[in-house]
Design a protein around this ligand. Structure first.
Ligand code: F6R
Length: 621
């Protein structure tokens, strides 16, 4: 939710800021803005536009965009509609201070009323404007510099923030702070320049030396001075510089029309990355094995776990439902899967011998983060499964396994889902082995099959043109039903979610056998039903469910196992996926569903990478 970028140094800031905003557009894209201190007149220039970063560039075109200090923002509206006036940066009463913000100020109404009484005027409907006015008020009252004003002002604030602030009277200084919203500072060795961003992606092409600010830390960034970080009380904090290696090619379409399609096609390679060094041959027996350092290092606590609770949202929650089946099957530990947003407010009973598994692509989802903070307070072990390296959830977790699928830019999650399921499979196998709840034969057979998954996905991807043609048949459907059983039930949910979010077609996922308890009433010749018939232990029962839809003239698209002549003879439209073990079926059956929703959305002329109302990283409740 909202992306912020800042630069101070020797280069012109504007192109760096715009490139950074494009990289962060996945976080929000309803309006954008920047503030620059000009080389020409030493004045503050603020440009804003409703719409995307490209609209901002069009607005700023031919205006004064000089200067080596600047901040910029791409917005996902929370308080106030997307509009130029609500776009950031916001400017203080005197016009000296300007600020960009990601997060929500919960006590903004009270603060605004107090500031109004002191003569401050407000122009926008945002919660953010209160911050810039509060900083100016604090500065005037205390007669202090910008850093101290920011620090003292933030002590009055309730809520989440990552902010970048500049003062036109101090063109050599940028102040940043964070609480519950992420913020990274890129540093270069001689301190001649600094880069600021909501994640590392706008920074890595200039430096891989990154400091992730911690909660309630304020960074004073000055050209040619070392970075200084303080807590809100004013005590200097230690900074840890992390070396971040990000493959820049991952931040590009690389010839694909959309990030989503590229990321779907990335899956064979990134799943190999995900397994690299983790799925290995035993040096003694040459038998395959899974080695996860987080499992080895936390063996004692994992072995005594009486319950595992998976907390996550959206697609990551669907991965969690698959994780439940995997862990219960291989480890015989009961698993609950909770929506993080429900879990945190449900007065959950958490025991110290519970293991909490947050699953998150971004590692920044506010509800998931809050859920694990709650679990930690109760003494449970938090084992994070995260993609965002160095993200808040990764840092808050006691231990965990990165999915290592590279940055996911398309708003609809694809490769992160298969990465999460791959990590959950490895976790279940590794834990099952140390618990002794999985037979050696099954353990080895599952690992061998897992190693084949990337090649099998490549085979499915070869059917892209066929899936595109099938998509054209269904482009104008108004509703869809997705049905699957067992391991394929969460895939049905995920297929429906993918379609909803990028095609704006209403879709529901159901356990196939539940259909007759209600949704069957919806079936007619207008209702496409996507049936996941592949790899089910109770195949014949799925076939009966399929028959029930056919008898009611439902329009079926079946995802079948290669060579399944029985279903081929029953339906007109089908997509074949290679055969695999039933516990690995989701890694294959989800691929045609991702492609189907992609092609339907493209055929409807929609913006696949930036669907309406959505943002990639949901850092608000
Ligand atoms: C769907 C999607 C969302 C996310 C959800 C959780 O395609 O991307 O449903 O899965 O917002 O996000 P993370 O995994 O970043 O915690």
């Amino acid at each position: 939710m909202c992306g912020i970028v800042g630069y101070i140094g020797t280069k012109r800031s504007y192109p760096i800021l715009m490139k950074g905003l494009h990289r962060l557009e996945y976080r929000g894209y309803d309006s954008a803005g920047c503030a620059l201190i000009s080389d020409e007149d030493n004045n503050l220039h603020v440009y804003k536009a409703k719409g995307k970063v490209s609209d901002l560039e069009a607005t700023a075109n031919e205006k004064d965009t000089t200067g080596t200090l600047g901040i910029a923002h791409t917005r996902w509206a929370t308080h106030g509609i997307p509009s130029e006036v609500n776009a950031h940066p916001h400017i203080s009463e005197s016009g000296n201070i300007t600020l960009v913000h990601n997060g929500i100020i919960e006590n903004y109404v009270t603060l605004r009323e107090q500031l109004k009484k002191r003569g401050f005027t407000f122009h926008s409907e945002t919660d953010t404007e209160v911050l810039v006015q509060l900083i100016e008020y604090t500065q005037n009252k205390l007669g202090c510099g910008l850093g101290n004003a920011v620090r003292n002002a933030l002590r009055l604030v309730v809520g989440a923030y990552a902010i970048a602030v500049i003062d036109k009277r101090h063109p050599d200084q940028l102040v940043a702070a964070r609480k519950s919203s992420p913020l990274a500072v890129g540093v270069v060795e001689d301190n001649s320049e600094f880069f600021l961003a909501s994640d590392a992606s706008p920074i890595v092409e200039y430096t891989n030396q990154i400091v992730y600010l911690k909660d309630e830390e304020v960074a004073i960034i000055q050209r040619n001075h070392p970075l200084k970080v303080y807590n809100l009380k004013g005590t200097e904090a230690d900074t840890e510089v992390k070396e971040v290696d990000l493959d820049l090619s991952m931040l590009d379409h690389e010839g694909y029309p959309h990030f989503m399609l590229k990321e779907i096609f990335d899956q064979p390679n990134v799943l190999k990355d995900c397994m690299r060094g983790r799925v290995v041959e035993s040096p003694y027996s040459h038998a395959p094995q899974v080695i996860l350092s987080a499992v080895t290092n936390n063996r004692r606590q994992l072995l005594r776990a009486r319950r595992i609770v998976i907390v996550s949202c959206g697609t990551s929650w669907h991965a969690g439902l698959i994780g439940k089946q995997l862990i219960e099957h291989f480890c015989r530990i009961p698993v609950e899967v909770a929506y993080a947003s429900e879990f945190r407010y449900s007065e959950p009973v958490i025991e110290h011998d519970d293991v909490i598994i947050p699953i998150s692509q971004s590692g920044e989802t506010a509800d998931t983060l809050a859920a694990i903070q709650l679990a930690k307070q109760q003494g449970a072990l938090v084992y994070g499964i995260v993609n965002g390296v160095g993200s808040s959830i990764a840092r808050e977790s006691d231990t965990g396994t990165y999915i290592h699928v590279g940055p996911e830019i398309g708003v609809a999650s694809t490769k992160a889902f298969t990465g999460q399921v791959t990590v959950l499979t490895m976790l279940a196998l590794a834990l099952g082995m140390i618990k002794g709840t999985v037979e050696q034969d099954e353990y080895e057979a599952t690992i061998r099959e897992l190693q084949l998954i990337p090649t099998k996905i490549e085979k499915i991807l070869l059917q892209n043109d066929k899936i595109k043609n099938l998509a054209s048949i269904f482009t104008y459907a108004k509703n869809f039903l997705y049905l699957g059983r067992g391991y394929n039930y969460p895939v049905a949910l995920e297929g429906a979610l993918k379609l909803k979010e990028i095609s704006y077609i209403h879709a529901e996922g159901y356990p196939a056998a539940e259909m007759k308890h209600g949704p069957i009433a919806l079936i007619d010749e207008e209702m496409p039903v996507v049936f996941l018939t592949n790899h089910h232990r109770r195949y014949q029962k799925v076939i009966s469910n399929l028959q029930e839809v056919i008898s009611r003239h439902g329009r079926i698209l079946a995802i079948i196992e290669e060579g399944d002549e029985q279903v081929k003879n029953m339906v007109t439209d089908f997509i074949e996926v290679p055969s695999t073990l039933s516990c690995l079926a989701p890694l294959l059956s989800v691929i045609p569903l991702q492609l189907l929703s992609y092609h339907i959305a493209v055929a409807r002329g929609l913006n696949v990478d930036q669907p309406r109302n959505l943002a990639k990283s949901v850092t608000v409740e």
